[in-house]
Design a protein around this ligand. Sequence first.
Ligand code: BGC
Length: 360
Amino acid sequence: MQAIAAQRGICGPVLVDVADPPSPREGQVLCRTLQLGVCGTDREILSSAEPFTPPGETYLVLGHECLARVEQVGERVENFSAGDLVVPLVRRANRDTRHRVDMLAFGEYTERGIVHAHGFSSPWWLDEAAYLLRVPESIASVAVLAEPLSVAEKAVNEAIGIQQGRFPGAGWDVDPPRVLVTGMGPIGFAAVLAARSRQWSVTLYGRDPVDSFRAALAEQFGTCYVPAGRFPSLPRDIERAGFDLILECTGSDELMLHTARFLASRGIMVWLGEARQAIPRNHNLERLVREAVLRNHVFVGSVNASPRDFEAALSDLEQLSSAHPHMLQSLITDCVSPQDSLWHFQHRRPQGIKTVLTYE
Ligand code: BGC
């Protein structure tokens, strides 16, 4: 069988022949890939030409956003049976640890399809049952979005936890935050979903014109869309007209510095995006520091997702797909076969959001 891989020294994806997986051993599950999402991390791995291959290998099988069907289970697997729909977790700890897996340092974990472990772009793969989550059939058509959504859920859950710790009894469950999301890629939209499924009011700031597909979709999700260049000037009363939570999904330092000025007192900005190749620039950060000090701001970096966040993603997909069945589907802008997918591992169409590979 074939898989899509990143090979050392090569910038584009390659098709590699990989062996069929053996029958599942004790605790293992044999899965068949149904759908696979492509994301910015895949493109970043490829453009580096230096994938983190599994030890002793020259390529890394790509694919970490996967929806699969259980084909066969090994002994002592009690919670899954053939026919179940599942999504796999991405990150796994190398050894027992007291930290949550998404909080580990580089070197303490593998990530399937990203760091030192093959991903899910082959038609069949094996995994430990402990790394699989069951998916209800009712969300089969959108469950491939669970992984990117889990990344946004983590960002939101981290911010909620910080506020609960700082303001016991007066957190966002009492006083919902006004949210700003920056960026219109898959993580920007995932941030919109995570915030809207909590009924929070969301402004989305992006580069697309107001009459574009993505801007219209953002509004269908109930956000107030503001195109670049139309961002309002700094209000006189930032407490009344500012934001309490900014989910920064672009990685642009310029935009981050600009939008941080709209953070009301006690606000949090979570960084989910990062510039893939950071270019040194001169910025005066003293104003950011001054406002952050005077307004008790928190800036948080967030990567990956814990099982808690995956569960939240699955339940939000259930809730949103019963409320807006077609809108979620619209986030999948490109559906391709694995054979026709290679271009998408290096490019995204200007109005594209998520490319999904569909397996036979
Ligand atoms: C994945 C995360 C992963 C991160 C860094 C993202 O694309 O969604 O699960 O931790 O890349 O490797």
